[in-house]
Write a protein that binds this ligand. Structure first.
Ligand code: KMH
Ligand code: ZN
Length: 272
């Protein structure tokens, strides 16, 4: 176990809107400036989605490249692309930004309900994304929305589509998928292969308590406006505030936030 904690900030997402919160970064410059603030607050990774000029979710590789370039001008933070996109984004579009060869990208390992909709990740989608990440040396973060997705991740390991150490993100509390309960987290951790690293990304009001639980269980944490827009009941948060709070709690628990360089070491990412 490492006493360092990797804090990821999921800054944007595909679903949150400016109408819901004025703190959501949307343009490449807003995203880059917010990423720098998150780094200063203790984040080592930013999980990014991009939006078009109208604020709609996009998987345009050129937009991802522009966002990444602007982040790189400001900070050494690890930039993790979304391959999940928005519900219903076709596979070809979800896969396209991988050709930029980001350091990391997400890989949801199964299908689940997502609110009233279905987030489709059939085996050909999952294995196809994993194969391309392997070829391009992109580190996958496996997004686990329900228990069966761990089994699919184990199948990826068995089929040689992942390189150790394996990295898992337990996304808990999405309506229609696995709820954010302490018992679920304990069981999920018990299912993991070795060697691996894992983190929790819980949704809404569950974000902070589940992050605290992960800190106590030697896990890593993800916070950010993609998953939760509130600092406390009725009070809107910024990404940096959410990072700063979890970094402060981590330090109180004897867990120092990892720098991006330390996170690369823990995750097995080679500096290019
Ligand atoms: N927007 C969700 C449907 C990911 O980034 O890889 C999927 C998602 C997961 O956000
Ligand atoms: Zn996402």
């Amino acid at each position: 176990m490492s006493n360092k904690v990797i804090i990821t900030c999921a800054m944007i997402g595909a679903e949150v809107t400016r109408e819901q919160t004025p703190h959501l970064p949307l343009t490449p410059e807003e995203i880059a400036a917010d990423a720098e603030r998150c780094r200063q607050a203790g984040a080592a990774v930013v999980h990014i989605h991009v939006r078009d000029g109208e604020g709609r979710p996009s998987q345009d590789p050129a937009l991802f490249a522009e966002v990444e370039r602007r982040i790189r001008e400001r900070t050494d933070i690890i930039v993790q692309y979304s391959t999940g996109g928005a519900v219903g984004t076709p596979l070809e579009l979800r896969r396209a930004p991988l050709e930029n060869r980001p350091e990391m990208a997400t890989l949801t390992t199964g299908t689940c309900n997502f609110g009233d909709e279905v987030f489709e990740n059939s085996w050909p989608i999952v294995s196809g994304l994993a194969q391309r990440m392997l070829e391009l040396d992109v580190k996958p973060e496996m997004e686990i929305f329900d228990f069966g997705m761990v089994d699919n991740a184990l199948r990826l390991v068995k089929e040689g589509l992942l390189k150790p150490p394996y990295h898992f993100d337990f996304v808990l509390g999405v309506p229609g998928a696995l709820s954010a309960r302490p018992e679920h987290l304990v069981h999920l951790k018990a299912l993991l292969p070795s060697p691996c690293t894992w983190q929790v990304a819980a949704v809404g009001r569950h974000q902070l308590p589940m992050a605290c639980m992960a800190l106590a269980m030697d896990g890593h944490v993800r916070v950010g406006l993609e998953d939760n827009i509130y600092y406390s009941k009725g009070v809107l948060a910024t990404n940096a505030q959410l990072v700063e709070r979890v970094a402060r709690i981590a330090r109180e628990l004897g867990r120092e936030p990892a720098t991006p360089a330390e996170a690369r070491e823990l995750l097995g990412i080679k500096t290019r």
